[in-house]
Design a protein around this ligand. Structure first.
Ligand SMILES: C[S@@+](CC[C@H](N)C(=O)[O-])C[C@H]1O[C@@H](n2cnc3c(N)ncnc32)[C@H](O)[C@@H]1O
Length: 227
């Protein structure tokens, strides 16, 4: 199957699908950290092609609830450049909500009410890294189209709750550094593995049900869409 992992520099989700035999591509403005099929550039260039599944990790800096206070200055007036960036980020996010692809997952943290008002669609589920074997918390929302909700693969919450708070919330306590945002946004391997295992099964069943034959490559990137 042809899978696009949009806004992914780490290559973690792409590789989780690639090892299962899929034609998986990642795309980011940045180079990839993991050698493999990666397009470095604007993901909108790739949305013209046919994909069976798109998994998108759009930037969350201006949408996330944890950053909502920055929308206002100290004197309570609106921080107008921040509102503009928020509008732009929300519009970018919405591209994935309306993209022409039968199966789409969009990932983002819990958003503030202003972003939610522009985006206009509720998330489908909230997942945590500790559902997938990682001893830490980070509430992550998924907006799903044509895909089942992810189910837990290795719930380690009980053990994790025994750890000190700064370990449970490792990402929250990371010291400031130029690479902090990268560390905080990199997809957890356990979540990537769950996506690949559970959604590949779903994809294969869906494509078999449609009776779709794998078509010869019909675009300049050499993808072979199933439908
Ligand atoms: C929140 S991070 C997601 C990181 C991802 N979870 C990973 O493991 O690589 C958002 C990413 O979107 C990328 N990005 C922003 N605008 C983009 C665009 N127009 N096209 C492609 N990537 C873009 C950024 O460079 C950044 O790496």
């Amino acid at each position: 199957m042809n899978i696009l992992v949009a806004c992914e520099y780490s290559g973690i989700v792409r590789q989780a699908f690639a090892v299962l035999g899929h034609n998986a591509w990642s795309c980011d403005l940045l180079p990839t950290e993991t050698p493999g099929q990666h397009y470095q550039g604007d993901v909108r260039d790739m949305l013209k092609d046919k994909w069976d599944l798109i998994i998108a990790h759009p930037p969350c800096t201006f949408l996330s609830n944890s950053g909502v206070t920055w929308l206002y200055n100290k004197d309570k007036s609106k921080n107008l450049p921040r509102w503009e960036s928020m509008q732009e980020a929300a519009e970018f996010f919405k591209i994935f909500l309306s993209v022409d692809c039968p199966m789409v997952a969009i990932e983002n943290p819990i958003q503030h009410k202003h972003a939610r008002a522009i985006i206009g669609k509720e998330y489908s589920q909230i997942i945590q890294p500790f559902y997938f074997g990682h001893m830490e918390t980070k509430a992550t929302c998924l907006w799903l189209k044509g895909l089942p909700k992810l189910h837990k693969t290795n719930d380690v919450e009980t053990e994790m709750r025994l750890l000190p708070k700064n370990k449970q919330q490792r990402l929250h306590y990371l010291p400031p550094s130029p690479e902090r945002w990268k560390e905080r946004s990199r997809t957890f391997q356990g979540i990537a593995n769950a996506m690949a295992a559970q959604w590949s099964r779903h994809l294969t069943t869906a494509c078999t049900r449609q009776g779709a034959a794998v078509a010869p490559s019909s675009n300049n990137l050499g993808f072979a869409p199933c439908g």
